[in-house]
Design a protein around this ligand. Structure first.
Ligand code: ASP
Length: 313
């Protein structure tokens, strides 16, 4: 089976979610979908997660989050409507979340609700089972994933159904909702892949893979077809915005290949990342911006002037 993780741009609106369904329908091995919160639909648009953090900030200042929350509600209601789901069924969940944020349930609770609502809607649209990671993924206080997570999730997935699981959060060993760091749905995808013993972890995003050079700088940069886990680490160390090693550690340990794919170009093969690669040549060029180097040069840095100009005395 294949685990598919869909990032924020892949679930940004109903049009994108229809593409998600087409991708899942195209291969019956795709039985687990890990979903992010809706991201930006275009430049300048809001990411739902950012709005949720903003709501929480307002609540912490004892101000109502209602006006910002309205934008969140509108987005989900329009997604549900666009997918021809009964939007009215979302209202109790939206009310409960707004009240929870206003009541001070905290940052992680607020931020996690973006993925939670995304998961509910997408599960309803696909007719797949909704799995709440709060009941399965245990995140320790230092951000590491407790091994019990894999036992619990693999039991949950054992009946061979089809599941939608929100990314980005789980709960503490005490059962309180906790998120990973930003972009953490990639970790959830890797966890689900390992727990389900997936043959492949597909990471669906808005680019057709990892480029050999930054496409914003190098026009016609080529997509790298194959990489090893080690090369991914090296590229990210030198500034390429690819996965961080911790995000994919669960699949590296289980040696599950990762395929980065583009939701908007589903026929492109993307980049395949595995333990070994057949290519031995240069794979890509990367660089870090925003670096300044200060060179200080001073004559007579190590001598006092008097040694040089004794006649002055
Ligand atoms: N929605 C979360 C974020 O914006 C997590 C994710 O998308 O991976 O950081």
């Amino acid at each position: 089976m294949i685990v598919c993780k869909f990032g924020g741009s892949s679930v940004a609106d109903d049009k994108q979610i229809r593409k998600v369904k087409a991708i899942l329908d195209a291969d019956k091995r795709r039985t687990i979908a890990v979903v992010s919160a809706p991201g930006r639909r275009s430049t300048g648009d809001d990411k739902i997660t950012d709005l949720l953090y903003e709501c929480n900030r307002l609540a912490q200042q004892n101000r109502s989050c209602r006006p910002v929350f309205e934008k969140i509600s509108d987005r989900y209601l329009s997604i549900a409507k666009g997918l021809k789901l009964d939007e009215g069924r979302l209202i109790p969940a939206l009310d409960e979340i707004r009240q929870g944020i206003d009541a001070g349930r905290g940052t992680d609770y607020a931020a996690s609700r973006g993925e939670y609502l995304s998961g509910l809607i997408i599960a309803a649209y696909l007719g797949w089972e909704f799995v709440d990671p709060a009941d399965y993924i245990v995140i320790n206080s230092d951000g590491t994933v407790s091994p019990i997570t894999y036992e619990r999730l693999s039991v949950r997935f054992a009946d061979g159904g089809r599941y939608v699981i929100p990314g980005f959060y789980g709960s503490t060993p005490e059962g309180v909702i906790k998120t990973f760091s930003r972009g953490g749905s990639d970790i959830s995808g890797a966890i689900a892949s390992r727990a389900a013993k997936a043959e492949l972890y597909e990471n669906w995003t808005d680019v057709s893979g990892i480029y050999a050079a930054d496409p914003r700088i190098v026009k016609n940069a080529r997509v790298i077809s194959e990489l090893t886990y080690k090369q991914v680490r090296e590229l990210s160390d030198v500034g390429a915005s690819v996965f961080h090693e911790e995000a994919i550690a669960p699949v590296i340990e289980a040696q599950i290949p990762i395929n980065i794919r583009n939701t908007n170009e589903p026929d492109a093969p993307g980049t395949m990342i595995r333990a070994e690669s057949s290519s031995r040549s240069l794979i890509g060029i990367s660089g870090k911006g925003g670096f300044s180097r200060i060179k200080i040069r001073k004559l007579m840095m190590f001598r006092s002037p008097s040694e040089f100009f004794p006649f002055r005395h």
